[in-house]
Design a protein. Structure first.
Length: 230
């Protein structure tokens, strides 16, 4: 478990063609009566990882996530389509500096990018701004801390509702001052990926553009990164 409601599952997919960091897959479940439900899930693993990893948040009214989090067992089979998507992806030849901005479960595809960045020993400078409500919503907590203590990714966290005891970092929603502190200057033309709930993504992209960042260098994905529709 990543959080009390969030689980990362590893899939062994026969004939998997490989994926690019930032892509997603579609999972379809079929009930005994023939009813089908399909949802899109970002790929959380790097292209070079052994298993295809998905991070799924159990949604109270979900049709797919409760099964994946609560009922799926080793050896079970799933109907999967993918990889899907070619816009919200990062590869080293796209360059940088690389700025990753995540809200809540929007960290999932960005984790794939960070893992890929690490796996290929990329020299592209990378920064992460990750906004969560509280420590209970911090997905990949130990891995985020590993990145934070390395020189691979400059990690910046902000807690919007309840920060941990002794926290001396950001403790509010993202704003212009935070973007100015964390982001490279517009003259550096960072390649930016923003992912999270629609309102979060709109706020972040508007702040970036207001700060002079070129819209063509901002790639945004609005979805429930651990089990929404796209």
């Amino acid at each position: 478990m990543e959080t009390p409601r969030t689980l990362t599952i590893g899939l062994d997919v026969p004939g998997w063609p490989g994926h690019r960091a930032g892509q997603h897959v579609d999972i379809r479940l079929t009930a005994e009566d023939g009813y089908q439900a399909e949802r899109s899930y970002s790929i959380a693993s790097a292209p070079s990882d052994t298993y295809l990893e998905l991070t799924v948040e159990q949604l109270p009214d979900g049709e797919v996530s409760p099964y994946l989090v609560g009922d799926l067992r080793e050896g079970d089979r799933l109907e999967l389509r993918g990889p899907v998507g070619g816009y919200f992806v990062w590869e080293e030849d796209l360059g940088g500096p690389l700025l990753l901005i995540a809200g809540g479960s929007g960290i999932v595809p960005l984790r794939s990018m960070m893992r890929h960045h690490r796996a290929i020993h990329s020299a592209v400078p990378a920064r992460l701004l990750y906004s969560v409500r509280d420590t209970g919503g911090l997905i990949y907590a130990s891995e985020i801390m590993q990145f934070a203590t390395s020189d691979e990714v400059d990690v910046n966290l902000t807690y919007t509702r309840a920060a941990p005891p002794g926290w001396n970092g950001y403790d509010r929603r993202i704003d212009a001052e935070m973007i100015a502190d964390v982001a490279w200057g517009s003259a550096d033309q960072p390649l930016t990926y923003v992912c999270g709930p629609t309102t979060f993504v709109e706020t972040a992209t508007n702040l970036l553009v207001a700060a002079g960042h070129v819209p063509e260098r901002i790639r945004a994905e609005r979805f429930g990164g651990t089990g929404g529709t796209r």
